[in-house]
Design a protein around this ligand. Sequence first.
Ligand SMILES: NC(=O)CC[C@H](N)C(=O)O
Length: 365
Amino acid sequence: MRARLILEDGTECVGTAFGKVTESIGEVVFNTGLTGYQEVLSDPSYCGQIVTMTYPLIGNYGINRDDFEAVRPYIHGFVVREHCDTPSNWRSTNSLDELLQDYGIPGIAGVDTRMLTRKLRYHGTMKGMITSSDAPLAELVAALRSAPMMTDQVARVSTKNLYNCPGTGHRVVLVDFGAKHGILRELTKRDCDVVVVPHDVTAEEISRLQPDGILLSNGPGDPKDVQHATQMIREVLGKYPIFGICLGHQLFALAGGADTTKLKFGHWGGNHPVKEIATGRTYITSQNHSYAVTADSLANTELIITHTALNDGTVEGLRHTEHPAFSVQYHPEAAPGPYDSSYLFDQFLSMMDTAKEGRLHAKIR
Ligand SMILES: NC(=O)CC[C@H](N)C(=O)O
């Protein structure tokens, strides 16, 4: 069946429908990963977005039980050059087409994804629509232009209730703004006792859980749509070690008095080089974000830049000068992507060790 991808600038790509045949609107973003389509489409950070993969063959190793980054995908559409519907991999349990059908997500294949990505890089991120309608292009573009964009993605993807992934080590409160399973895997691998809490948790509710540290997760949308979280972060800062990842990093920055801005076309892929200022070392990182912390806004704050992007110089990591708290714009849990930065979870654990020792000494004295 024929499907159309329409962009708000009037661009039209005609292709073949796969997944659920339905109409859907979202912000169109690209991902340059050569593999990892299952992790990308199940990462809640993409809620409300239509994702196009730049790698030309997608679906060839199927979908498996273990590589999900959330219990369900929240993307609004999937755009590929060539869709492979005969997956071949011993781990595969179903096909990409079946997954998208199960969750009501439209896919379109046969699109010149290289042209599409160049357009998005040149003009900036745009709204888009996947449809099988035969309506005139001008009509669809007008409908697309006037369609409102989502602002409540975090509330949609965050857990509604608190839950525990028990461990015998440090108790970490993971604030779920759309947390990837990769973060849980990294914490539980280090034996943490993880309590996952909803995005609108208060500082008082967190204190009742007696955490050793707080992890602010990744998540979808504009960090400025999550105002309640910045208030909570201000109240817990200095009381517990804090580690922020991606949206969590942006919220940590906003709470510290800095500002965020939307990038022209964002960072989307598994090979973004990031420089750690203290050591001069370069790490290859997994990234998917539209927004970034503005460097100038850090001037009168207690936050300093620890990492920068080598491609465009944007802020990639922050540290608080007074309190044990730090954050990164990229994904140290990878999934998909390189594991170069998993040491940051070890740093978070050391921070919790030090804070715990301090509390013990204070008690003894
Ligand atoms: N992966 C993320 O957490 C993304 C953060 C935020 N939604 C952005 O696009 O910048």
